[in-house]
Design a binder for this molecule. Structure first.
Ligand SMILES: Cc1cc2nc3c(=O)[nH]c(=O)nc-3n(C[C@H](O)[C@H](O)[C@H](O)COP(=O)(O)O)c2cc1C
Length: 398
């Protein structure tokens, strides 16, 4: 890929990226000097109060594009690292990985980083659709591997016919597979409304099965030809996935570097803990080996089902990972609308050998597993906190 569209590829320079840090610090009234605030700051609750009525519909496209980023930042990301940066120029939004936020231990191969970028991209597209903007997406369009996607927006016809997956010969943007469906068939108002309500459900799920019609609806929302959704509900396979996850947790937590990395994000309040709890949590996670407790908790949750789902892709490339992230977010939004909780359980995918075992267990070893998550009805619906977010202004580079 790479060099074919040089005119649409402008990576923010190191100076621009540094500029972002000082602007973000000004925003929250702190002077940080050489200390990278961007690396540490997890944001606050304000971005969740986004209001569609504030959309600047009469303004130039660039201003509208910048508004869409308010929805992108509400996406899920591993350890809530929010590893994204955006630029918006005229009709183009570019999405970059913020490598200061890469989890070098838990996510050594950057799979979760690109999944998280995909989730942010999907929120952006759902919002664009909602506000009547058309779009085309180019994945990994330049030679810079941190440049995940360029979205070119267009004034749309009212009924959205946006094509993020159609390849048009005239277009400099490389789309991919052609899709007959309009985006309205699998995005639309229901998903848009769900964006500020979605959150990760880590608690136990009730035994209540998910109706077949809802499972079918989730399946229909995985429209990317190179991504497939596999749902598991039989006790034997759930048991085997639970065992793998428990082994993975024990292995990961035995590594001090893994615990220290997780502890750092816990301590920053990335999971929504108030300050004292975050600091105590950091000490506990870093210095105690909680692997057995984690293994027991995740193992039991997976065994109880009712459903564990895997996203599989044609290959293990970045484009596939971004697209799997998009599907994950789309399913998360639909699940939210349907009252279904969703909880990623990534441990087995974070250990190379166990990821392979998982794929063997699920069948089709030629199709890499990108993401694994539980689906069900939370026992206690109100218990999940909103995790903090950096506001759009802090992740937009001019
Ligand atoms: C790629 C990816 C992997 C994740 N893995 C896990 C996981 O293994 N366990 C977990 O509890 N949450 C996991 N999460 C959920 C994040 O921790 C969560 O999105 C983040 O803390 C923000 O919280 P929110 O989703 O409630 O907004 C994952 C999310 C993503 C996108």
């Amino acid at each position: 890929m790479g060099e074919q569209n040089p005119e649409i590829v402008r990576r923010p320079s190191e100076r621009e990226r540094r500029g972002l840090v000082s602007r973000a610090s000004e925003t929250i009234g702190e002077t940080v000097g050489q200390v990278s605030l961007r690396r540490r700051w997890v944001g606050g609750p304000r971005p969740w109060r986004v209001s569609a009525s504030a959309f600047p519909k009469e303004s130039a496209l660039e201003k509208r594009a910048r508004f869409l980023v308010r929805y992108a930042v509400l996406a899920p990301s591993s350890h809530n690292t929010q590893p994204w940066l955006f630029t918006a120029d005229d009709d183009e939004i570019r999405l970059f990985a913020d490598l200061d936020r890469w989890l070098t231990v838990a996510d050594h191969d950057k799979r979760e980083l690109y999944l998280s970028l995909g989730a942010a991209l999907e929120n952006l597209l759902v919002a664009a659709d909602h506000f009547g903007l058309g779009f085309e997406v180019a994945y990994m369009p330049g030679s810079d591997s941190s440049h995940a996607a360029t979205v070119r927006l267009s004034e749309s016809s009212g009924s959205p016919q946006s094509s993020d997956s159609q390849r048009s010969p005239e277009s400099p943007l490389e789309g991919g597979d052609s899709a007959e469906e309009s985006s309205a068939d699998y995005r639309g108002a229901r998903l848009f409304t769900a964006i500020p309500h979605r959150r990760t459900s880590r608690g136990r799920f009730r035994a209540t099965p998910i109706p077949t019609a809802d499972l079918a609806a989730l399946d229909r929302h995985c429209v990317e030809a190179d991504v497939s959704l596999q749902m598991v509900a039989d006790a034997e396979t759930l048991d085997a996935i639970a065992d793998l996850t428990a082994r993975a947790n024990r292995r990961l937590y035995a590594d001090y570097a893994y615990r220290r990395e997780l502890g750092r994000w816990v301590g920053r309040g990335a999971f929504g803990d108030p300050w004292p709890a975050a600091k105590v949590g950091k000490l506990a996670v870093s210095h105690l080996n909680l692997g057995r407790q984690r293994a027991r908790k995740d193992g039991r949750a997976i065994r109880e089902g009712p459903v564990v789902a895997a996203l599989r892709t044609d290959d293990d490339g970045r484009r596939s990972q971004i697209r799997a992230g998009q599907v994950f977010e789309r399913l998360s939004l639909l699940a939210t609308a349907l009252g279904i909780g969703i909880h990623p359980v990534s441990a087995a995918l974070e250990v190379g050998g166990l990821r392979r075992e998982l794929v063997d267990l699920l069948g089709r070893p030629d199709r890499p597993a990108q993401h694994l998550f539980r689906l069900g009805y939370p026992e206690r619906e109100s218990e999940e906190r909103r995790s903090p977010r950096r506001p759009a202004e802090a992740v937009l580079v001019d």
